[in-house]
Ligand binder design. Structure first.
Ligand code: G16
Length: 565
């Protein structure tokens, strides 16, 4: 297995035998359920929580392997199914930079998770270590940081994960406990950073850094009006309460849907996914009547607080959605203005930094038009934060948001270095430079983060002196629909061109094009979900009637073609 000669072959062989025996014993308790095919999807493994113990065991093995491969750098493991229903759960690995697992390792995860016996799991794991040239002995350092959300199945899954870790000697392990997904990403990134340059590598460090930057940016503009936060009855509820204590009076937060122990409450009739898909208030928020005052803004988090959607009631009490696209537009133009004011060019010249936006095919056509019309470069990539994150890294300031509210802003290392040494030539330029630096601390640089995005939106609104109404006035969304279609095998559906076209089932794309051509300003695409067992249909058109027709026609075609294959 090892490629280098061991110092003491006898001792090494003995240690290896002890390791194999411990691994076998532990793995025997976590057999793969029969008849299930696991796949590392958009955000890791996701399915019913009761099916996942064997997967958790495998993820422990893979996390250790990845950490050893990277010289002992800390690897994160988050146990959550985010926006999915309460009975689901999931697990994803986080790389040392705080980003999603390197996509080339996803197939290793899928391979291990589908081993049907302890013997095949051990053989596959040892072969994988050999193939990847990873030493498995205790001398090769390894460090794992893990957390879970509030799902009832989480505790058992943690046990299965820990059983996987228990086979290894000399691991450095940190159990963060129950926290949001972005907290885990932050702690992993900060742990691996040099000299604390990404903040203190602790949960407290996460809140301190974010709240400190927020207070700096708000200055004497506070206290801001109360913000109502729908916590989806998930882990965002305790997180909002903690954040509140760090923020003091600068931003009063009123939590709604904060019941993390009521069975079945998680993501049910509330949360960011509910609001975005239904384009309506959660019934609990409507009943509370809190948004009756004009311009009162509210927001919804998802089950693990990595997504956020804003909304308010407009004229005549009409529901108005401020989704990920609207957040991206608000933030990108604000950042462009700051870069201009900072005069980062030579001898006080104007901007030298490029602010770009990354979207997916779900972005409303109006948002893309709005951004391009204001000179903002826009890139379209497939669904999944991993794709958006990498595309955003190509800009000096990369703003990435999925329409569903998942996103963040990345500041490139070279842009941050420019800011750090910049010598402002005027008070305005000095203020803008300081604000850009504070924003780089406010915004989670590892992953989309509902709490940090919420504070970012509040900062921009406060600086602009806007209510939700002025923010919303940027452009009018084209009417759009998101439909989930249940099919026997969603993997029949394959896509290309950033998921905007189907390559399979054969012939379906041609009839979809025909349907789209019949509707004014029609656009539609179909893709298999990577987190739920369904196919997603997106449609938009000039009118509500047009979009309803298009969404129904396309959904019917999807059902029809899924049966004829
Ligand atoms: C995850 C991903 C998002 C993706 C969403 C839906 O979000 O992180 O990038 O947009 O799933 O993906 P799909 O359409 O493939 O099911 P979350 O918030 O559930 O982790």
């Amino acid at each position: 297995m090892s490629t280098s000669a061991p110092a003491d072959p006898k001792k090494s062989a003995h240690e290896h035998a002890v390791f194999l025996s411990a691994l076998q014993k532990a793995a025997d308790a976590y057999p793969k359920p029969q008849g299930v095919k696991f796949s590392y999807g958009t955000a890791g493994f996701r399915t019913l929580g009761e099916r996942l113990p064997s997967v958790m065991f495998c993820c422990a093995l893979l996390a250790v392997l990845r950490s050893k491969k990277l010289g002992g750098a800390a690897i994160g493991v988050m146990i959550t199914a985010s926006h999915n229903p309460e009975q689901d759960n999931g697990v994803k690995l986080v790389d040392p930079s705080g980003e999603m697992l390197d996509p080339t390792w996803e197939s290793h995860a899928t391979l291990l998770a589908n081993c049907t016996s302890t013997e095949s799991l051990i053989t596959t794991f040892i072969d994988l270590a050999h193939h990847l040239r990873v030493e498995l002995d205790a001398c090769a350092p390894s460090s794992i940081i893990y957390a879970r959300d509030t799902r009832p199945s989480g505790k058992k899954l943690v046990e299965a994960f820990e059983a996987g870790l228990s086979a290894f000697q000399g691991l450095k392990v940190v159990d963060l406990g129950v926290h949001t997904t972005p907290v885990l990403h932050y702690v992993v990134r900060a742990t691996n950073a040099r000299d604390g340059e990404q903040g203190k590598p602790t949960v407290e460090g996460y809140y301190e850094r974010m709240a400190g930057a927020f207070k700096t940016l708000i200055g004497n503009r506070g206290p801001l009006p109360t913000l109502y936060v729908d916590c989806a009855n998930g882990v965002g509820a305790p997180a909002i309460s903690t954040l509140s204590s760090y923020l003091g009076t600068s931003l009063p937060l009123q939590a709604m849907n904060d019941s993390t122990t009521t069975p079945g409450a998680l993501n049910s009739q509330c949360g960011a996914d509910y609001v975005k898909t239904r384009q309506a208030l959660p019934p609990s928020v409507e009943d509370a009547g809190l948004l009756d005052k004009p311009d009162t803004r509210s927001c919804s988090l998802d089950g693990d607080a990595d997504r956020i959607i804003y909304y308010y009631l407009g004229e005549g009490g009409k529901f108005r959605l401020l989704d990920g696209d609207k957040i991206a537009g608000l933030v990108a133009l604000f950042l462009m203005d700051l870069v201009k004011k900072a005069k980062l060019g030579q001898e006080g010249g104007e901007d030298t930094a490029e602010v770009g936006v990354v979207q997916t095919a779900y972005a409303n056509g109006s948002s893309t038009k709005y951004l391009k019309g204001r000179g903002v470069p826009v890139t379209c990539v497939p669904t999944g934060v991993k794709h958006l994150h990498h595309a955003a890294q190509k800009y000096d300031i990369g703003v990435y948001f999925e329409a569903n509210g998942h996103g963040t802003v990345l500041f490139s290392p070279s842009f941050l270095s420019t800011l750090a040494v910049h010598e402002p030539t005027s008070p305005d330029s000095s203020t803008a430079t300081k604000q850009l630096l504070a924003l780089s601390q406010l915004i989670n640089q590892a992953v989309g983060d509902a709490l940090s995005d919420m504070l970012l939106v509040e900062v921009v609104l406060a600086h602009r002196g806007w209510t939700a109404v002025e923010w919303d006035a940027a452009y009018e969304d084209l009417p759009n629909r998101l439909v989930k279609v249940e099919v026997a095998d969603r993997f029949l559906f394959e896509t290309t061109d950033a998921e905007r076209k189907l390559t399979s089932p054969a012939g379906l794309q041609a009839v979809l094009d025909e349907a789209v051509g019949k509707v004014e300003m029609g656009r539609s695409f179909v893709r298999p979900s990577g987190t739920e067992d369904c196919v997603r249909v997106y449609a938009e058109a000039k009118t509500t009637a047009g979009v309803d027709t298009l969404a129904t026609t396309v959904s019917d075609l999807v059902k029809q073609y899924s049966k004829t294959q």
